[in-house]
Each structure stands twice: as C-alpha cells, then as structure tokens.
Design a protein around this ligand. Sequence first.
Ligand code: ADP
Ligand code: MG
Length: 567
Amino acid sequence: MPIEVLAPDVVAKIAAGEVVERPASVVKELVENAIDAGSKQIRIEASHGGIKLIRVIDNGLGISSGEVALAFERHATSKVRGTADLESISTLGFRGEALPSIAAVSQVNITTRTSKDSTGTYLNLQGGKVIERGQKASPQGTSVTVQNLFQNVPARLKFLKSIPTESAHISDLVSQYSLAYPEIRFELAVDSKTVLQTPGNGNLRDVLVEVYGLKTAEAMIEVVDSGSQVYGFVSPPSLTRSRRDSLSFFVNRRWVKSGLLTRATEEAYSGLLMTGKHPIAVLNISIPLSDIDVNVHPAKTEVRFRSEGEVFTLVQRAVRAALVAEASVPDTKRAPRPIGLSTATAGLDRTAMQERLFNEPAPAQVQHPHKVLPESRLPILRIIGQLAVTYIVAEGPDGMYLIDQHAAHERILFEQVMAQRARCAVEVQGTLEPVTIELSPRQESMLNRAQEALKSYGFAVEPFGGKTYLVRAAPALLGEGDIIRVVHEIIDMFSEEGDRAKGDEEIAATIACHGAVRAGKVLNVEEMVRLVRDLEKAESPLTCPHGRPSMIRFSSSQLERDFGRSS
Ligand code: ADP
Ligand code: MG
C-alpha cells in the first residue's frame, strides 16, 4: 500500500483504543471527570458488564451549554492551557481525549447544566458525530450515558472477558476511587443492583468497611507519617491475601499502578509475613506536583517520580513505623477495635506503647514525637518455667505470657543475622572437621550464583572433586544447626531469579530456623532468661520471621473474668 495520512475517523478509533481498553476504562474516565468537576455525589450504573450501558451521574459544576459539543472534540480540555501547565497537573484529566475517545466507540448521551444556565443541555452522539441536541430541564451536574460499547469495533469486543469479569473490573475501579475520595458519596449499581455505597463523610475507615467489610476494616492499621506525606491504612501481618490485588496506591489521589510502591510496602512487612502472603493496603502519597510526571501513560495509570529512592524510603518507613507501633501480643481473646477510633500510633514512645499494649495509663505529658521507634515492645518478664518442653511461661505487668521457644529464638537469630550482615561483620565459626556435601548437577550449576551470598553469610564452600564440596566455615549464629541442610536450602534459593532483598531475608530466615532451639529441648532457667532478654531487645519480637506469633498473652483481666473474680 502506498503511504497515506489516515482519515480522522480511523485516527479517532486508534486513539480510542489506547484510552478505552475495556468498559471499566470508560467508567474511569467518566468518574475522573466527575471528580475534577468538584462533585460531592457520583452515581455509576453499569449493565451487562458495561457493554450495554454505563451511566455516570454527578452533581459537579456541569458544562455550559455553549461548550458541550466542544468537549467531544479531540484535545479539547478546560484543564490545561500551555505546556507549563503540564509541569504541575493537579486534575485527574488533562489530555482532552476521554470524551471523544469514548464517543468514537459507542453511542453517547450527555445531559449537563451549570449553576449559571437555567436549563440543561443534552447531546446525543453516534460514532463520535452529534446526531441530536437540545435543551431540557435537569439538575445541576452532568449525566453521561454510554451504550453499546465497541459495537463498531468487533476486534475489541472479541477480546473482552466474560460479563462477570468486566463487571468485576468496574466494581474494583469504583472501589478504588471511593477509597481515594472518602468525602465523595459513591454509589454503584451493577445490573440494577446496588453493589457499593459509601457515606461520603470523609472518613477513610468508613469507606474501607464498604469495600473490604467490617472485620477487615476494623483490623486495618492507620498509617500517618510525620510529614503528612503518606496517609492510609494497611493490614496487620495477621491479615493477608494470597494475591497482590489488595494493594491500592494513590499519588496525589490519582490511582496508580506502581511496582515501586508495591515493593516499598511489602518491604515494610519484611520478616512479618509468610512467603506468598501479601498485605492489604490503601495508601495515598502526597508529592509536590513538580516532582512527578503523570503524563506517562494514555490511561494515566502510571506516574514517574523524580526521586524514586526517596519515595520508596518514605513509604517503607511510614508503613513499618505503623506496623511496629501497632504490633501487639495476640491475646487469647481480643476485643475488636471500634470503628472510627483513631489508631494513629506511628512513632509512639515506649510509655505510650505500654499503655497501648497493657492498658496502663500513660502520663499526661506524653507527646508523640513521630520519630523514634520504640526500642522494645515487651515489658520485663519474669520467667516461671517451661511448659511441654516447648513454651516458656512468664509473667508480665498485665498477665501471663506463653512464649514459643523456637519461634522466639528464630526471631532473635534472624535479626542478629540481618544486623551482622548489614554491618558486613558476620561472625564465622570454622567447622571442626570439614563437612562434605554432595550437590546435584542442578545445584552445581547454581552454586556460582549462590557463592557470593554464601560467603557474605559466613559460609566457605569449596570444590573437593566430583560432586563433592567441602564446607570449612559457617555463620556462628547457626550454632549446632544442620550445616548441610542450610547450604542446600540456600543454593536452592538461587534456582529462580528473585528480588534480592527478599533473597537476603530468606537466607537469614533459613540460618535462624536451623540455628534456633527446637521444640522439645529442655531449657534451664538461665537459658530461658537469656532468650527472653534477647527477645525484649528484638525489633519485632512478636512474630517469628515467617510471621507466626512468638507468644500469646493471657491478660490479667481476662484471667479474672474467666475465674469469675470480676464481671
Ligand atoms: P479532560 O478530562 O482530559 O479535560 P475529557 O475529554 O475527559 O478531557 O473532557 C473534556 C472536558 O469536558 C473537560 O476538560 C471538562 O471541561 C469537560 N467535562 C467532561 N466531563 C465533565 C463533567 N462530568 N462535569 C463537568 N465538566 C466535564
Ligand atoms: Mg477527562
């Protein structure tokens, strides 16, 4: 074919393909427009996965009667004027492409009225062309109805997923925006059934109740950093999902997909979650407009940060601080926290922490410096004895503690290994006699990649001929742990390209697991005291590196109640 400039309708359809990938993309653009228009209430209707009908009704500013048709021209926008404006975009929309793109692939009816116009204006479009227009009475705001989406783009229609899947995408999308804008009342009806309704009272936890249910919402931990740059909620380590689909990130309240923010959040949970488990998070990060670029993706779902490292640290620290502050010893029976109660505990000092954990009143002058982490979350415990050769029984200021000796020791060793490693000061023990170890061909091929890590953790592994290798040294913290098994496990970790930080943790956890005292080992009082003292010094004493609890508490008040000493 000779080269020719494409006809406008072909160009429009190609452009529409980028913006409108699926019915949920239409909902996204219309909801963003409603938010940009300052709406306090937004109602969304969808039927048949959004293919038959999508309607978004808002009570925002509206479009003045003379500009309605213009809004459907490509690159027509009221949000950006010059190139300088692109440096600091504060609205969700800015490309002026959504309405024309949607209109190019569907039938659109719009009715809108501003506060200045006495009657509303309506416009019907088909395949991007205005086929009817007029005036009619209507409330202030805008209502856009999109019908028969992709009817004129069979290729796109073919690639849509099932109706339930497309409906689910719509629900997810509206949920995300309702989480980003708790002050807006959202209502979503799918096939005439109301599936989401938020109060619009500005309280994010109340939106969480609607999106994730009461129990989850109650358990979520509030995240607020000292500079008020990060705000939101994250799940406690005990509440996880097996997929990463419950992580919602907003940058200046724009919903974004971001590997960086995902990693920063998951990093904050390091050592607290079992492998393959993911937290729930809803976090907004406020960043000066000039420090981000939102003009990266046609659907505006990605942003670029000027300083990725700073954003990573900011989010990781804020979430970590909230988790550490909130961490509490699991009670045998724990009363749910009431909704709406502020749980802003980031950076609580030790006294406030005592109050939180043990219901002791803190002195009135306690301030929240929002900076230092508590050095320990454990009170001084008095050892009573060993139970079932597995648990240490201890007494604290508020009740009785059962400490799992293996899990607790694992936690202590894990943190020590990580700390030694971070200081490049791993203590090494030479093996009395060299230990020989046999590697499978697969393991041999991975040994090269594993060598550096093995060395940095204190292992010296060298070839001895054939498939046999000698281990001449091991980390001192491994103690009498099974050197051969640990080396095998570490080498096996290198079979998959993984993320490096995770790899480090896994190695430390393996060393800790094999170095730790086993359940079934009799401990004398000195050993138990040492273990508990070390645990008191740990950064996250309440769980083992895999996220299992290292102790449970029977509170004094609970004991009193159980023995009928109080009501
Ligand atoms: P953009 O949002 O990028 O400006 P759109 O094509 O989505 O581009 O919308 C074009 C223009 O139409 C907007 O700039 C805005 O002025 C107007 N508009 C669209 N939807 C609404 C709405 N719900 N309420 C008020 N104005 C709207
Ligand atoms: Mg828009």
